[in-house]
Design a protein around this ligand. Structure first.
Ligand SMILES: [Zn+2]
Length: 413
């Protein structure tokens, strides 16, 4: 009897030891130069969360110092690596969404909002439902934080409409939108609309009451309308300086009032094609690092080889050798081919802002705007979404990406 008791006791000790060993194995330690200070830190991760951040004397491997920052958060991803979230075609599957996510991880994007542009009711309903199913796939580690609906309630006027097909552009319709919201399983986190379109103000109020972040974009609203939209709840301008006609009045145009309104944040595309460097410089000087978000507007053609492709309307889309994506028939840009990692490196070069400020605009700010309280900062209790990287000439060179504590990408492996 005594022997059995002793044996059981021994077993218990071994069992507890195994748990301890297992727990210590479950901890991961990451070292790098903290993006805010450029000083070495050690970050301890357990069960997907950061449990300690500690300043250290020096890195274990000083020969290859890498920066460490919170993973990037992109609020406008139409697709990536051949996968489109917007098209009616059959390629939007769980596997496709996982592939696009894995390719984004390689670029340092650990959270994103798949973005649906103006389309038919059927396609929007279907794609939102497919995305809602894919979103909970454990293999994604929570990388999809909700969806962005860009249109269809935008300006129908050429130029302001951008590449959105005219046949799908329409006035806000709450009943239609509620069907989309339901099929998204309440995952529509933001919508871009034109505030001057009839019915927009009431629509903005209703979205705001539901907790949906309203963005204004693809519009030609005057100052009074823009200010009114902000008073009703609009928080941000979608890709400021784009979704705008080429020929505008030098005094009366949508740019000045959007820049002048201090309550309005702005997202900007810093891919080298959507805005000139001096525009980025001025927008940054006006809005500053607290009210700017770096976005990509990246499409399914991103990370494909240069060449001519067809979109769903059968139109030719050209991806140039330099990485510009355009719709030649209308001479307008057709979204971007550069992830926001490029925007981070470029805005530092153009404005002289620090790495800390650039990461704030590409991770901390979007996390705050969209209520992602456990992301966008390196602190105890936050999700362990981390990137280790060098700063290249025109892009970040991502070496490792962790999502929820999992090493999901390592360069060269
Ligand atoms: Zn757009």
């Amino acid at each position: 009897m005594k022997f059995i008791f002793f044996f059981r006791f021994k077993l218990l000790i071994v069992f507890n030891l195994l748990i301890l060993l297992n727990n210590s194995y479950a901890q991961t330690r990451i070292e790098g130069l903290l993006y805010l200070t450029n000083k070495p830190v050690s970050i301890l991760i357990k069960e997907g969360k950061i449990i300690r951040v500690q300043a250290i004397e020096k890195l274990s491997d000083e020969s290859h110092p890498l920066f460490v920052a919170p993973g990037l958060i992109d609020n406008q991803v139409n697709g990536f690596a051949g996968i489109s979230f917007c098209f009616a075609g059959g390629e939007l599957t769980n596997e496709g969404i996982l592939k696009a996510t894995q390719e984004l991880w390689k670029k340092g994007i650990t959270t994103y909002l798949p973005t649906l542009t103006s389309n038919s009711n059927e396609v929007i309903l279907r794609n939102l439902a497919l995305l809602a199913t894919a979103k909970i796939n454990p293999a994604l580690h929570g990388s999809i934080a909700g969806f962005h609906l860009e249109g269809p309630y935008i300006s129908a006027v050429d130029g302001y409409r951008g590449a959105h097909p005219l046949k799908y552009v329409r006035k806000p319709d709450w009943q239609e939108f509620m069907e989309w919201y339901k099929s998204s399983r309440s995952n529509i986190r933001t919508i871009t609309l034109a505030p001057e379109v009839e019915g927009s103000m009431e629509f903005i109020r209703k979205c705001t009451a539901l907790g949906i972040i309203v963005a204004i974009g693809h519009h030609n609203a005057d100052k009074k309308t823009i200010d009114e939209a902000v008073e009703n709840g609009a928080r941000i301008t979608t890709h400021l300086g784009n979704g705008c006609a080429n020929m505008i009045n030098r005094h009366l145009n949508p740019l000045w009032p959007q820049l002048a309104n201090d309550k309005l944040m702005s997202s900007i595309i810093c891919d080298g094609f959507h805005l000139r460097d001096e525009e980025i410089s001025v927008f940054y000087k006006v809005k500053g690092p607290d009210r700017t978000i770096i976005t990509s507007d990246v499409t399914s053609f991103a990370s494909l080889p240069p060449g001519n492709y067809k979109n769903e309307e059968g139109e030719t889309i050209e991806l140039t050798r330099e990485g510009m994506l355009r719709l030649p028939v209308q001479n307008v840009l057709y979204g971007s081919a550069s992830p926001i990692s490029r925007g981070v490196a470029r805005i530092m070069k153009i404005t002289g802002c620090s790495l800390g400020e650039a990461i704030k605009m590409s991770s901390t700010n979007p996390a705050m705007l969209y209520g992602l309280k456990d992301r966008g900062r390196i602190e105890k209790g936050m999700r362990a979404d981390l990137i280790l990287f060098e700063i290249g000439d025109s892009d970040l060179v991502i070496k490792k990406t962790y999502v929820e504590g999992n090493l999901v990408y390592e360069a060269g492996k």
